[in-house]
Write a protein that binds this ligand. Structure first.
Ligand SMILES: Cc1ncc(COP(=O)(O)O)c(C=O)c1O
Length: 422
C-alpha cells in the first residue's frame, strides 16, 4: 500500500452550497472531454487555462459579425470592431485598477510585455555598470530579456536568492539594492513553485530608492485580484491565455508617466501620427506601443474573459482554490517517496513534486493515460530546478473549475505510477 489513508472529502460535500462548481464547470465545454477513454482532469492551468463558452462565443461573434480592421476605418464594421476592441481595453483597465486606458498596452503576452520594457525602457535608461535585480524563481521570460539587455548596454543581472521553501530572501533583496541598481523585475506568483511573492514590499523598497519595478503577473492574474495602484508597481505584464482568454494576446500595464518617456518598441502602422522621410511623429499612448494590426479578436476575447471573471464571487473562488491546494498538498504528502518542491507559506494554485527514482516525464505520461493532464519538465524556470537540485518536476496547477474528486483521481494515478516503477 503506497498511499496512507486519504482524507474523506468530496466536491459535493464542499462545493454546492456556497460555490456552484457544477454550474461553473458547465461553462467550460472542454471539461466534458474524455482522454484515453477517461474523463479529462485538467491540471495544466499554469501553462494555459481552458476557455468558457462566453469567450469562445465572443471570438466567433467578432469573425461572424464584426470582422474588420480597426482604428482607421470609416465604415460601419470597422467602427464596430474598433469600439469592441477599445471597450476591451477599458475592461482590462478596470480589472487591474489602472488609472487610465492609455496605460493598457495590448501585446502578444507576458513575454512580449517584458521584452517591450527591457528594450524600450532598458535601452534608453540603462548603461554600462548599472544593475538589474531579478529573483531566483523567475520564468525564463523574466530572465532572458534582461540578460539580452545586459549584453546590449553592459549592465549586470543580480539575483535575489530563494530559501528552501521557495520564498524570496528579503534580507538579500535589501542587500542587493544599491546605488548601481536601476531596475527591479520580479514575478508576482511563481509558475514552478506557486509562491506568492511579497510584491508590495518589493515595490516599496525599490521605490524608496526611486527605482522602477516590473511585476510578472502571468500566474497571479488567474488567482488573485490584482490592483496595480495598490501594488504600486510601474509595469505589470500578463497573458490572456492563462486567464481564461485567447492565446496570442496579453497586456502590459505601465505607469503613463514612464510610458510617455519611453521610445516605441516596434515601428509600423498605427504607432505613428505623421510619417515623412525626414521625420516621423509617434502616436499618443497606448498606440505608440501597438505597431501593426493587433490581435483584434484576441483583445475582444480577453474582454469577454474579464467579463466572465468579474461576474464570479472572488472570495468564494479564492476559498475554493485554497481548499484544492490544501487538499492536494495533504493527499500527495501521504504518498511514499513523493517530495513537494515549493512549500512557501503563501502559495497559489501550483503543486510541483518529484520522486527520486521516477522521472517527471514518466509520471506525466502515466497520469495522461488516466486522463490527468499535468506538466512535466523545467517549466521554463531552469534556475529553479538548479536551486532545488532536480532536473524536472511534475506540476499540477489548478483553476477554480477543478474539483476535489479530480485530485483524488490524480492521487490514485500517481499510485499507479509507483506500481509500474516499483
Ligand atoms: C510566471 C510566468 N511568466 C511568464 C510566462 C510567459 O507567458 P507567455 O508565454 O504567455 O508569454 C509564463 C508562462 O508560463 C509564466 O508562468
Amino acid at each position: 500500500m503506497l498511499m496512507k489513508a486519504a482524507p474523506q472529502n468530496s466536491d459535493l460535500a464542499m462545493g454546492q452550497s456556497s460555490f456552484d462548481l457544477a454550474r461553473i464547470r458547465a461553462d467550460f465545454p472542454i471539461l466534458q472531454a474524455k482522454v484515453h477513454g477517461k474523463p479529462l482532469v485538467y491540471f495544466d492551468n499554469g501553462a494555459t487555462s481552458q476557455k468558457p463558452q462566453a469567450v469562445i462565443d465572443a471570438l466567433a461573434h467578432y469573425y461572424q459579425a464584426e470582422n474588420s480592421n480597426i482604428h482607421r476605418g470609416v465604415h460601419y464594421l470597422s467602427e464596430q470592431a474598433t469600439a469592441s476592441y477599445e471597450a476591451a481595453r477599458g475592461k482590462v483597465r478596470n480589472f487591474i485598477n489602472a488609472r487610465a486606458d492609455k496605460e493598457i498596452i495590448f501585446v502578444r503576452g507576458t513575454t512580449e510585455g517584458i521584452n517591450l520594457v527591457a528594450q524600450s525602457y532598458g535601452r534608453s535608461f540603462l548603461k554600462t555598470g548599472d544593475e538589474i535585480i531579478v529573483s531566483a524563481m523567475e520564468h525564463h521570460s523574466n530572465i532572458v530579456p534582461w540578460q539580452m539587455l545586459c549584453e546590449q548596454v553592459g549592465a549586470k543581472l543580480r539575483v535575489i536568492p530563494i530559501n528552501h521553501d521557495g520564498e524570496i530572501v528579503m534580507e538579500e533583496y535589501r542587500r542587493l539594492l544599491n546605488d548601481k541598481t536601476k531596475f527591479v523585475a520580479v514575478t508576482h506568483v511563481s509558475n514552478a513553485l506557486g509562491t506568492i511573492v511579497p510584491a508590495k514590499e518589493i515595490v516599496s523598497l525599490a521605490h524608496e530608492r526611486g527605482l522602477p519595478v516590473l511585476l510578472d503577473g502571468a500566474q497571479a492574474v488567474p488567482h488573485l485580484q490584482v490592483d496595480v495602484q495598490d501594488l504600486g508597481c510601474d509595469f505589470y505584464a500578463f497573458s490572456g491565455h492563462k486567464m481564461f482568454g485567447p492565446t496570442g494576446v496579453g497586456v502590459l500595464y505601465g505607469r503613463a508617466e514612464l510610458l510617455e518617456k519611453m521610445p516605441p518598441y516596434q515601428g509600423g502602422g498605427d504607432m505613428i501620427s505623421l510619417v515623412t522621410f525626414e521625420k516621423t511623429h509617434y502616436n499618443v499612448l497606448p498606440y505608440k506601443f501597438e505597431a501593426g494590426t493587433p490581435h483584434i479578436s484576441g483583445g475582444i476575447g480577453l474582454g469577454a474573459a474579464i467579463d466572465y471573471l468579474s461576474a464570479l464571487d472572488w472570495p468564494q473562488v479564492s476559498a475554493h482554490e485554497h481548499r484544492l491546494l490544501d487538499y492536494a498538498t495533504d493527499a500527495l504528502s501521504r504518498i511514499d517517496g513523493l517530495r513537494i518542491i515549493g512549500t512557501a507559506k503563501q502559495k497559489a494554485g501550483v503543486l510541483s513534486f518529484v520522486f527520486d527514482h521516477v522521472h517527471a516525464h514518466d509520471v506525466g505520461t502515466i497520469l495522461d493515460q488516466e486522463g490527468v493532464a499535468v506538466r512535466a519538465g523545467h517549466h521554463c524556470a531552469m534556475p529553479v530546478m538548479q536551486r532545488f537540485g532536480v532536473p524536472a518536476t511534475t506540476r499540477a496547477s489548478f483553476a477554480f473549475y477543478n474539483t476535489i474528486d479530480e485530485i483524488d483521481v490524480m492521487a490514485r494515478a500517481i499510485e499507479r505510477v509507483l506500481k509500474v516503477f516499483g
